[in-house]
Ligand binder design. Structure first.
Ligand SMILES: Cc1cc2nc3c(=O)[nH]c(=O)nc-3n(C[C@H](O)[C@H](O)[C@H](O)COP(=O)(O)O)c2cc1C
Length: 239
């Protein structure tokens, strides 16, 4: 593919075919992503790749935790916290999820979520269907491959920046080969199931996950949220 075509063809895939991705192909795209730039060339990230039974076990572990937590929605916060703890489902990720978005960003977040649910035919009030859709994050949207990205805590925000560059290279390399991806912050909500499956070096924090596989024909994969215009992101100069 032409580079510009790869750039415009990449979009988040939220429904995958069960078709396995050959290990050699997974390594090929990871090797391409390794060419990414990083702070002082430190490459402060590590990647855990799960396929087969390990992937299935992770999906079971993460989905059951999500189900426990979502069943408590609507209960007082203290009750949610106690019950999640009692049931072993209290989020134990390295980074706190953002519960309250800054107002200027919240609007885009809401518009994107609305667009996604509209594409799926899920009504605004249909909490059950929305929760079920969110739950698919934890089964990797059916993808046969899931990756977990870890960053060294010692570089602070710069390790996240480097991991982001690595992720984008990885997603573009995958797109170039007809594969689909979805970066997923949701997959950093619980660390313990991932820590049971992989030997994680000290000081490496779980930043996010990535589902990888061949996109299905499901309508959700046609969803293309709008992007900001150039005028919106360019800052005006001072006179
Ligand atoms: C760091 C990061 C975390 C994300 N987390 C999630 C997630 O947990 N679940 C999800 O469905 N999409 C997730 N996304 C996908 C975004 O929603 C998506 O990139 C955005 O809506 C723009 O759509 P596009 O990727 O199709 O261009 C994430 C993307 C990034 C870059």
């Amino acid at each position: 593919m032409e580079f510009t075509q790869v750039l415009s063809e990449r979009s988040s895939v939220r429904d995958f075919r069960a078709t396995e991705v050959p290990a050699a192909l997974i390594n090929e795209i990871l090797n391409e992503a390794l060419k990414s730039p990083s702070w002082s060339n430190t490459q402060p990230y590590r990647v855990a790749v799960a396929t087969g039974e390990r992937r299935d076990q992770l999906a079971r572990d993460l989905k059951s935790r999500y189900d426990e937590v979502s069943a408590l929605q609507g209960q007082p916060t203290w009750k949610q916290a106690i019950m999640s703890w009692v049931r072993g489902a209290l989020p134990d990720g390295d980074y706190k999820p953002i519960l309250k978005y800054p107002e200027e960003l919240q609007r885009r977040r809401v518009e994107t979520a609305k667009g996604l649910y509209r594409q799926l035919g899920i009504g605004r009030e249909d909490r059950k269907a929305r929760d079920a859709q969110t739950g698919k994050n934890f089964e990797f949207f059916g993808a046969p491959v899931v990756m977990f990205i870890f960053v060294h805590e010692g570089l602070g925000v710069y390790s996240a920046l480097d991991a982001g560059l690595f992720l984008q290279s990885l997603m573009l390399a995958a797109t170039d080969r007809g594969l689909g991806t979805c970066a997923q912050g949701a997959l950093a909500m619980w660390r313990s199931p991932v820590a049971r499956a992989f030997d994680i070096p000290p000081k490496y924090n779980l930043l996010c996950g990535l589902s990888l596989g061949y996109p299905s024909d499901h309508a959700v994969n046609q969803f293309q949220p709008d992007k900001r215009t150039l005028e919106e992101i360019l800052l005006p100069g001072r006179d």
